[in-house]
Ligand binder design. Structure first.
Ligand code: ADP
Ligand code: GN1
Ligand code: MG
Length: 371
């Protein structure tokens, strides 16, 4: 549906940008859980069209859009330079930013909401699930992303969401939601609550390794879902990493782990039939190979050894976050039906259980890559 024609807010936002021609169509786009995404098509009289992605930043997820957009501008400028130096195309291999007419990285509408626009990266596809080859291609791309940012001055980045992958803090927030039990839902999810309580000690493993200096701080993407990457339509290589809102200092194993969480299985994140939710160790093997090819020697042995922990912890953490949001009344993740966050939580906990059952094999797989 063309939303532009009868939406005064979208009209207001679009006039803030110096578009190549009048917008002819604006439609809702993508399947993200957080931001509101639109695709804008401008059509000039000579028939040329150009497309853009316009996004309203979720105010509840991102309290400081100015800081977030400073990160975005800095990271994409760095990536552009690196891509250019490697002979690549910076207009396709990284996101770029459209500045507003008054030179800002984003626009604040009259209701106080923040919007940003990027050129639509043409001739690409965005996937919800992948063949093993495409999954490995996504691993190379996320690994490369981290490698390209290894010399970015991490201290200049803002924490766009405080404690984003701080598993101890996620555990504490879960406990607070459980204690408040605002909607009296805890009684329906005792098994899931027990699962979290039983995994309390795990929530400290990566953080402890970081505190002890075993794992170094890096610039990481932190949301490495398969649909946060654009694949070239022809070559099917993962060319452009998108959704940079959570790119900030973090641990390399988070980026590895979040991709495994989402992709090393054959089910939807909210699959209700848990018999269909199975961790696929072959996909883990392929992702490991691709990721380490992409990082190209930039990870330490300790980081490689901790990769299985990344997989387990990101899956556990995401399940805890879905359960916390369910107990809290579904304010954070967009839901399409009432118990969706609970279904999402259950798939994650089933995957954690599978990962635990195959732990030794996971360790063996990564050991092959130790220098
Ligand atoms: P969310 O935080 O809600 O996940 P994303 O930034 O990932 O938002 O964008 C949502 C979807 O929009 C993506 O999965 C992708 O399909 C599409 N998308 C975002 N930016 C671009 C772009 N510059 N070019 C093409 N598609 C894009
Ligand atoms: C959100 O924005 P999106 O849909 O790519 C979330 C991730 C979760 C993911 C679960 C900023 O990702 O952390 O892992 O949902 N992003 C944010 O699907 O919270
Ligand atoms: Mg996304």
């Amino acid at each position: 549906m063309n939303l532009f024609l009868n939406n005064p807010i979208l009209a207001e936002i679009l006039t803030a940008y110096d578009l190549p021609s009048a917008p002819a169509e604006v439609i809702r786009y993508g399947t993200g859980h957080i931001n509101d995404t639109y695709r804008v098509t401008c059509q000039s009289t000579d028939g040329k069209s150009s497309r853009f992605i316009l996004q309203r930043l979720s105010a509840s997820a991102f309290p400081d859009p100015k800081a977030l957009m400073e990160n975005f501008a800095g990271i994409t400028a760095h990536l552009r330079e690196k891509i250019r130096a490697a002979g690549g195309d910076p207009m396709r291999e990284t996101l770029n930013l459209c500045y507003t007419r008054d030179g800002n990285t984003y626009y604040t509408d009259t209701a106080g909401e923040a919007w940003r626009m990027t050129p639509f990266v043409e001739d690409t596809v965005c996937l919800q699930d992948a063949t093993p080859e495409l999954f490995e291609a996504s691993a190379r791309a996320f690994g490369r992303f981290q490698q390209l940012l290894q010399d970015y001055p991490a201290h200049t980045l803002h924490e766009s969401i405080a404690n984003f992958h701080n598993t101890e803090d996620r555990f504490a927030k879960f406990m607070a939601a459980l204690e408040a039990d605002k909607l009296d839902r805890a009684k329906n999810v005792m098994q899931e609550i027990r699962f979290v309580l039983d995994h309390k000690a795990d929530c400290s493993v990566a953080l402890q390794a970081f505190r002890e200096g075993i794992l170094p701080l890096r610039v990481t993407h932190n949301d490495t879902k398969l649909d946060n990457i654009l694949f070239d339509k022809e070559t099917l290589e993962g060319i452009c990493i998108i959704d940079l809102d959570t790119t900030m200092p973090g641990l390399s194993i988070y980026d590895f782990g979040d991709s495994i969480r989402f992709g090393a299985n054959h089910c939807a994140e909210d699959e209700k039939d848990l018999s269909k939710v199975n961790f696929d160790i072959e996909l883990f093997r392929r992702y490991t190979r691709g990721f380490l090819e992409g990082t190209n020697g930039s990870l330490t042995n300790a980081e490689v050894m901790y990769l299985p922990w990344g997989a387990k912890l990101m899956t556990l953490e995401c399940g805890i976050r879905f359960l916390t949001d369910y107990l809290d009344g579904d304010h954070y993740f967009r839901i399409h039906y009432p118990e969706q966050n609970l279904d999402r939580c259950r798939t994650q906990f089933k995957l954690v259980t599978d990962i635990e059952a195959q732990w030794q094999q996971l360790e063996q797989i990564v050991e092959e890559y130790l220098a």
